[in-house]
Design a protein around this ligand. Structure first.
Ligand SMILES: *[C@@H]1O[C@H](CO)[C@@H](O)[C@H](O)[C@H]1NC(C)=O
Ligand SMILES: *[C@@H]1O[C@H](CO)[C@@H](O)[C@H](O)[C@H]1NC(C)=O
Ligand SMILES: *[C@@H]1O[C@H](CO)[C@@H](O)[C@H](O)[C@H]1NC(C)=O
Ligand SMILES: *[C@@H]1O[C@H](CO)[C@@H](O)[C@H](O)[C@H]1NC(C)=O
Ligand SMILES: *[C@@H]1O[C@H](CO)[C@@H](O)[C@H](O)[C@H]1NC(C)=O
Ligand SMILES: *[C@@H]1O[C@H](CO)[C@@H](O)[C@H](O)[C@H]1NC(C)=O
Ligand SMILES: *[C@@H]1O[C@H](CO)[C@@H](O)[C@H](O)[C@H]1NC(C)=O
Ligand SMILES: *[C@@H]1O[C@H](CO)[C@@H](O)[C@H](O)[C@H]1NC(C)=O
Length: 409
């Protein structure tokens, strides 16, 4: 790989494409605030505690690396839900409704090499989450995983027994008879930043407070299962403005350094706030982007638009920064409590076919026909269609929750 071309790629990743999703995320939140007036009050009834039976087939073999494997065509078991029957999806993810002509991307199942993932059972998950809260924390990619999880369970719950609330920066789905909630907390950098404020339209001037987390942390206290993610917002440029120590001392930090400092702030928070006997913590690895088709089809100059099939490996795109990957690994290794690292990057790398492309939205609106005809400029190769790849991340999360079930009460 010659250096100048690599630089050009990083340049285009970090300025054009990301700038557009940052603006998009902001518009989305403003819409959410407007919608939050529709909140209903609810008063759920709880059943008696019931034991959850985890059968041998619900567990994968101890020692199996579920992140190594392949995508197999399976239009019988997948998708796990229908796009049109899940009322909670934001426009950004409903690719079919938005006009995407092919739907093959919904029919692939992840098959680990050494074992099989348990079949997803929404009632079993709800049993495990009875009287508990599961919270996804991160940016709009993580919001996709949250919505995916809600869609995976909601069809098992009759109308009137579930509710959905938008209370920025949160979204909360409740299964009332289980007193279980699945929640999303928007927080693109995990630590605090000026981009946390939904109405602050100056998102492109990012400023991250690398040692501040207490405000966010208040909302995470006592949550039973926490699933963190943070990547794409860091990657706008190789340097990022940040503070550490004094709030007035703004400096440009190397992103790798800044990311490490932020994760350390986070792990300090975990060590003094998490009770590992009662709470479980997960960290999602980076969600890959497919911005440059020459990476999987040398000579072409497109992006993920018009891709209908997964890549047959091996493949690793330059958008998934290996220094950041290593930083996460190093920080988690030193942590005194267990955090389960869900390393979904490689399996998602193969899925160039599964992004929203031109069938998503920009600044809170679907693309116009004119924008759609300029796929080079307007295709979104960062977010994923639903049903789709984030469902697989949740099948893996589910597998881990089952795996550790007795230890998890
Ligand atoms: C499932 O896939 C097979 C093989 O490609 C195809 O023959 C069949 O028609 C598909 N079934 C549905 C319901 O799409
Ligand atoms: C419902 O769940 C919450 C945690 O999400 C818990 O604090 C509360 O005690 C539960 N209520 C009942 C009646 O079990
Ligand atoms: C919004 O962003 C500006 C700078 O871009 C910053 O000065 C201000 O504090 C931010 N507002 C909030 C509420 O964080
Ligand atoms: C950031 O730091 C890493 C590790 O120290 C280094 O490899 C990389 O070149 C630095 N990047 C910049 C833009 O300075
Ligand atoms: C940091 O902030 C200064 C002043 O606003 C700005 O000129 C500079 O471009 C910013 N650096 C980055 C990496 O965004
Ligand atoms: C999309 O793919 C089809 C067939 O693979 C091809 O005929 C068409 O020209 C492609 N469109 C674009 C805009 O690349
Ligand atoms: C995640 O998986 C990738 C691909 O298998 C591997 O290169 C990387 O080291 C893993 N990351 C960590 C922190 O283990
Ligand atoms: C972390 O998990 C491993 C494997 O499940 C276990 O052996 C170890 O005791 C745990 N460590 C802590 C500090 O809970």
């Amino acid at each position: 790989m010659i250096q100048p071309s690599l630089d050009r790629r990083i340049q285009s990743l970090f300025s054009v494409v990301l700038a557009s999703i940052l603006v998009l995320g902001t518009a989305r939140l403003v819409l959410d605030i407007l919608k939050s007036h529709n909140c209903r009050l609810y008063n759920g009834r709880q059943d008696r505690e019931k034991p959850v039976f985890v059968l041998p087939k619900d567990r994968f073999e101890e020692g199996c690396n579920v992140f190594e494997g392949q995508w197999v065509w399976d239009n019988v078991s997948h998708p796990l839900y229908k796009e049109e029957s899940c009322p909670y999806l934001v426009k950004q993810t409903t690719c079919q409704r938005n006009g995407r002509p092919d739907s093959y991307y919904q029919n692939w199942r992840w098959k680990p090499n050494q074992c099989t993932l348990p079949r997803f059972d929404p009632l079993k998950l709800l049993d495990i989450l009875r009287g508990k809260r599961l919270m996804f924390i991160g940016d709009s990619v993580q919001r996709g995983q949250f919505e995916s999880m809600v869609c995976m369970v909601q069809s098992a719950i009759p109308d009137g027994k579930k509710s959905f609330h938008r209370i920025p920066p949160m979204k909360i789905f409740k299964a009332e008879e289980f007193n279980a909630s699945i929640e999303y907390y928007r927080d693109p950098f995990i630590v605090e930043s000026i981009s946390d404020h939904a109405t602050n339209l100056t998102v492109l001037k990012r400023l991250v407070n690398l040692d501040s987390i207490a405000k966010h942390g208040k909302s995470w206290e006592g949550v039973d299962v926490l699933v963190f993610e943070s990547y794409v917002w860091w990657m706008h440029k190789p340097l990022i403005n940040a503070t550490y120590g004094s709030a007035d001392d703004i400096q440009e930090y190397n992103v790798t350094t800044a990311y490490k400092l932020a994760l350390e702030t986070w792990t300090n928070w975990l060590e003094s706030n998490i009770d590992p006997r009662k709470q479980k913590v997960f960290f999602m690895s980076m969600s890959p982007t497919h911005l440059w088709s020459w990476e999987w089809r040398p000579g072409s100059v497109e992006n993920c638009f018009n891709e209908s099939y997964p890549i047959e490996g091996p493949y690793w795109g330059t958008g998934s920064n290996l220094q950041i990957m290593k930083t996460v690994g190093d920080v988690l290794q030193e942590l005194k409590i267990n955090v389960t690292f869900l390393n979904i990057t490689q399996l998602s790398e193969y899925r160039k076919d599964a992004h929203t492309t031109i069938y998503g939205e920009r600044k809170g609106k679907l693309l116009t026909n004119e924008q759609r005809s300029d796929s080079k400029k307007f295709a979104d190769c960062i977010h994923w269609c639903l049903p789709g790849v984030p469902d697989t991340w949740n099948e893996i999360l589910y597998a881990y929750l089952l795996q550790n079930h007795q230890k998890f009460l």
